[in-house]
Write a protein that binds this ligand. Structure first.
Ligand SMILES: *Cc1c(COP(=O)(O)O)cnc(C)c1O
Length: 436
């Protein structure tokens, strides 16, 4: 496009090898490294590409305090998927008018907590995906800002997979959306319509995104007209969700944000809004903000040649980064300790968990790894630490923050958990001495 928007992704090769190795030495492994300057850059790239839109960070991609503060300073709003996320966003300084809580089958405890937060922060917006969530809010005395989440049924008839299963879980069916929206507007302050397709928007895949946005534009015009007929306030925004794709594989091209923005504007069209203004566009990327700002460092503890492959045993596993095990996700992996003269061998990098899914890659060329080498797993900033667990009684890893390419100025932002952290919630059923 015009070249003002830098679409480059930060690849594993772009990190300073010696700097990462030094961090692994200082803070030990497994260790997450998060570059907060890169997080800011990603926020700015999104705002540059969508200057007219409200940009909301879907905090579930990485809810670390350091990231939340960075995103807030970069001027983005926060989109929260649970009461816990709302609480953490407030603690990180987000104000009520920049907080959006998207209730997915919300547990009573979550609704109670969010309605109580709303008492203190009356500008919080609650996005509801079922008509009875409106009733449940009503029962709790809530009469504030709501947004209606719609299931746009994208690909119905073309892509069987997205029509069934989990997708019906999210949002009010498109066919019922106008009546539910009007009902919501009569009882609450209906400020927006929302849809999130869930799948990654990629260069190849803009047609689906266009289709989703087009349907949302059409729906919003229908709803706007009915609101106006009823004399109710108009919509402030149409939120078309997140899902901005990140190219995990080296050969994948980065997303052309300007092209996505142009397609989004074009497909949405003009939607009449509130007080004579047009309704604004809103987007809520999560992954795009943090993915390439994070790296997971891990140390090789075992090298085992087998007839099929070489097993490279490392001290990080699916408990630290579950995406490969859960989604067959690809993450780039490099041996930071190898020198260039060493040859690559087909390697299967495996973690220490008693699960066959606990592998980061199968038979992938890796510069000959030796015991003690430090490996870097790239593009690990999104849904990395966030989905970490303590399975196998593995304390979660530490996280250190850096600012830009000079890694010498680092600071720990999450301490490495201990077994004590795991057992803090437990109570013994008998004192140990009775047992002897
Ligand atoms: C997860 C989620 C997002 C962010 O998705 P990404 O793929 O990380 O961009 C946005 N909106 C909602 C409602 C979500 O649940």
């Amino acid at each position: 496009m015009d070249g003002t928007n830098d679409d480059r992704i930060r690849r594993l090769d772009d990190w300073d090898t010696d700097g990462l190795t030094a961090l692994a030495e200082e803070f030990e492994t497994p260790l997450y490294v998060i570059d907060l300057e890169r997080v800011s850059e990603n926020c700015n790239r999104l705002r540059d590409a969508f200057p007219e839109a409200e940009v909301r960070y879907a905090v579930k991609a990485h809810t670390g305090r350091s990231v939340l503060e960075t995103v807030r300073r970069a001027g983005l709003d926060a989109e929260c998927a649970s009461a816990g996320e709302v609480e953490r966003a407030l603690a990180a300084g987000f104000r009520g008018d920049s907080l959006h809580y998207t209730a997915v089958n919300p547990p009573a405890r979550d609704l109670d907590a969010v309605v109580s937060a709303w008492d203190d922060h009356p500008d919080i917006t609650v996005t509801v995906g079922a008509a009875d969530t409106l009733d449940r809010l009503d029962e709790r005395g809530f009469d504030g800002r709501v947004c209606l989440r719609v299931n746009p049924g994208i690909g119905a008839g073309h892509h069987e997979k997205v029509r069934t299963g989990g997708h019906a879980k999210f949002g009010v069916p498109l066919s019922r959306a106008p009546e539910t929206a009007i009902d919501a507007a009569r009882r609450f302050d209906l400020v927006g319509l929302h849809a999130h397709a869930g799948s990654g928007i990629s260069g190849a895949d803009l047609a689906d995104h266009r289709e989703l946005v087009g349907r949302m534009g059409e729906l919003a015009r229908t709803v706007a007209e009915e609101l106006s007929v009823e004399g109710l306030p108009g919509l402030e925004y149409v939120d078309v969700g997140g899902g901005f794709g990140v190219p995990y594989r080296e050969e994948e091209p980065p997303l052309d944000l300007n092209a996505v923005a142009a397609a989004t504007r074009d497909a949405l069209g003009t939607v009449p809004g509130r007080d004579g203004d047009a309704a604004r566009l809103a987007i809520e990327p999560g992954r795009y903000v943090v993915a390439d700002a994070g790296v997971l460092l891990t140390r090789v503890n075992t090298v085992k040649p087998t007839p099929d492959t070489t097993i490279v045993g490392v001290d990080a596993g699916m408990t630290d980064l579950i995406r490969p095990a859960l989604y067959d996700a690809y993450h780039p992996i490099a041996n930071l300790s190898a020198n260039l003269s060493q040859e690559a061998i087909p390697a299967t990098v495996a973690g220490p968990i008693c699960e066959s899914a606990d592998v980061f890659c199968d038979n992938r060329p890796l510069t000959r790894p030796e015991r003690g080498d430090v490996l870097a797993v790239g593009i690990a900033g999104a849904y990395g630490y966030e989905m970490a667990s303590q399975y196998n009684s593995r304390p979660r890893p530490a996280e250190v923050a850096v600012d830009g390419s000079d890694l010498s100025d680092s600071r720990p932002v999450r301490h490495r958990e201990t077994v004590e952290d795991l057992t803090r919630v437990e109570r013994p059923i008998e004192p140990l001495e009775d047992h002897e």
